[in-house]
Design a protein. Structure first.
Length: 583
């Protein structure tokens, strides 16, 4: 679920100096609430100063990610004006000091411009609500589809806090507000969904009540609390390799000469033996990713690199720029920028004597399968390309199909789906036609008239969320993407595979698109793999909510297909060792 924050954990803080007209002392906690489409969002800015008077700061969103500090990359205070830049989330705050009110008053910008007043100190504690602490579970049924509801309630020294997980909609840690328990009558609100719950305790300790959402039928659900002695759920991920590995593993760093300030950090795994070995560079999908492409406790790139290296193929996987140990500005980067990172990885491998420099290729997952062709257009020395759920149709087509399939999997009815997809595509086309973030905002506001809002049954808050989500550099580049602009220059061998159950890059239309684009290619293998989802897990339906539940990280037969395809073309004659996990 999109939020106003894209949480990162890279602790890079740029210091600057406070000037004489700033409030004294400026080094302190400051808090304020943004009014966003989903309700109120509390922010805490903590400013500190070193012995030389240089300032640094971190930002926290206790409603979204309590305790997680986002570094402020720039902070200046001069002539009663504060400037904050938070590069990791592509946000800024410009404010002026109100001496009479003793607070900062200004604008927080992140796609949309939102008023934000910062008061000194930490925000007031939340009320304590007795008798509800614990994890509560239920199910909502929509058009025959069961959607899990998990409510987490915890009382701490700052009050009672509640969050909601909707795992089948890939939405977790959704803020819950207005929680009450009065004489056995329980209620709460979920601003992100514009929903409310009102219910009462039953004799057996469960809570039965009514979920109310605008534009949908009310739903009766019963919440059941987990037993106090129930052990914490642990995710079983049996394919994660364990040391000692039957190959060499080395942490490496290398610069991207095409991007100032970008140094990539990754792990290079090299088979045992003399070599030189073919090498695969793993390119991650969309969103900030570490070198293992970690998601829901799965580490697909760690599992894949283990398999490939155990079968005679060296592998380089790396943290996205600005993520984990890699430097750079993730928030301002587009797929074209990430393509230069991939080519920097290629250049690094050409310095390694263990690697066959004529057998270095890309293995890209999802957006990584989009980045690969872009990079190859600038680097014809790439020996091969493996597209794992890479796009074969324009991005706008993918978005349309993806929205429809995911909505169907979540139980939406056809009328609801049609309206949702139509509005989404209106916004996406406007952003795709834009020439700048400002142009995107203007185009979106122009189409989101009161008449359109009424027709689609949404309120004005949808305008701000659409602007925030659609005006970033990455989004505007992605929405313009058409593989036809790049695939013609791909002359190296290509393996393109999709899971037949993929709902994010739908297999049928993308496989057909790639067949058309690569009709005249002399070494292209294109196929859909039955029973696999977007993550190449063996799945039941392909719904996004299954990703976490499935123990398998990467289907072994899909990894074998990749390894065999590469080794057939570039493999050495050395004896291949077995992987150190169960296939």
């Amino acid at each position: 679920m999109p939020t106003i924050f894209r949480i990162m954990f890279c602790l890079l803080i740029t210091a600057s100096t406070a000037f004489a007209n700033s409030p004294e002392p400026v080094a302190d906690d400051w808090h304020g609430a943004l009014t966003i489409p989903t309700g109120k969002l509390m922010l805490i800015v903590t400013i500190t100063t070193d012995d030389d008077g240089n300032l640094s700061a971190v930002l926290e969103s206790p409603d979204q990610a309590p305790g997680q500090k986002i570094p402020v990359s720039e902070i200046t205070i001069e002539d009663d004006h504060m400037h904050l830049a938070i590069a990791m989330i592509n946000a800024t705050y410009e404010a002026d000091w109100d001496d009479e009110a003793q607070h900062w008053s200004g604008t927080f910008s992140q796609g949309a411009n939102l008023a934000l007043t910062l008061e000194r100190g930490l925000p007031p504690n939340k009320p304590v609500v007795e008798g509800l602490d614990g994890t509560w579970r239920s199910t909502i049924t929509r058009n025959g589809v069961d959607l899990r509801v998990i409510l987490h309630i915890e009382t701490t020294d700052t009050g009672t806090h509640a969050k909601l997980d909707l795992p089948d909609m890939m939405a977790n840690n959704i803020p819950v507000t207005n929680l009450t328990n009065t004489d056995g009558q329980v209620s709460y609100a979920v601003p992100a969904a514009q929903g409310t719950f009102t219910g009462s305790f039953n004799d057996d300790g469960t809570i039965t009540g009514i979920w109310t959402f605008p534009g949908r039928e009310d739903a009766t659900i019963t919440l059941t609390r987990d037993p106090d002695d129930q052990p914490a759920t642990t995710r079983n991920r049996p394919q994660v390799p364990t040391e000692p590995y039957p190959y060499k593993s080395e942490d490496v760093t290398y610069n991207n000469p095409a991007a100032e300030g970008v140094t990539l950090a990754g792990t290079l795994t090299i088979p045992e033996g003399d070599g030189p070995f073919p090498a695969a560079i793993l390119i991650s999908g969309s969103g900030p990713q570490d070198r293992n492409e970690t998601v829901f406790g799965h580490q697909p790139f760690l599992v894949l690199s283990d398999y490939l290296t155990s079968h005679g193929i060296a592998v380089l996987r790396y943290d996205d720029r600005g993520i984990n140990q890699s430097t750079g500005d993730y928030a301002q980067a587009t797929s074209a920028d990430f393509a230069t990172d991939a080519n920097a990885a290629f250049a690094y491998l050409t310095t390694r004597p263990e690697i066959d420099h004529d057998a270095i290729g890309f293995v890209g997952h999802s957006e990584g399968g989009l980045i690969g062709p872009i990079a190859i257009n600038d680097n014809q020395n790439v020996a091969f390309m493996v597209m794992l759920a890479g796009p074969g149709t324009p991005a706008l087509k993918i978005i349309e199909s993806q929205n429809r399939l995911i909505a169907q999997s979540q139980g939406a009815d056809e009328e609801e789906i049609s309206k949702s997809v139509e509005l989404s595509m209106m916004i996406s086309r406007a952003a795709a036609a834009s020439t700048s973030a400002e142009d995107a905002e203007a185009r979106i506001r122009a189409i989101m008239t009161p008449e359109v809002l009424a027709e689609f049954g949404v309120d004005e808050s949808r305008i701000e969320s659409a602007v925030a989500q659609s005006s970033t550099p990455w989004t505007r580049y992605f929405l313009k993407y058409d593989p036809a602009d790049f695939m013609g220059a791909v002359r190296c061998p290509v393996l393109a595979i999709n899971g037949e159950l993929d709902m994010q890059v739908p297999a049928e239309e993308n496989i057909a698109g790639l067949h058309k684009l690569l009709t005249n290619h002399n070494d292209a293998t294109i196929m859909a793999l039955p029973g696999l989802n977007h993550m190449f897990q063996t799945a039941k339906t392909g719904a996004l909510g299954e990703y976490n539940d499935i123990e398998e990280t990467f289907a072994p037969h899909a990894m074998q297909l990749i390894a065999d395809w590469i080794n057939t073309r570039f493999g050495t004659d050395q004896q291949e060792s077995e992987p150190n996990h169960d296939d």
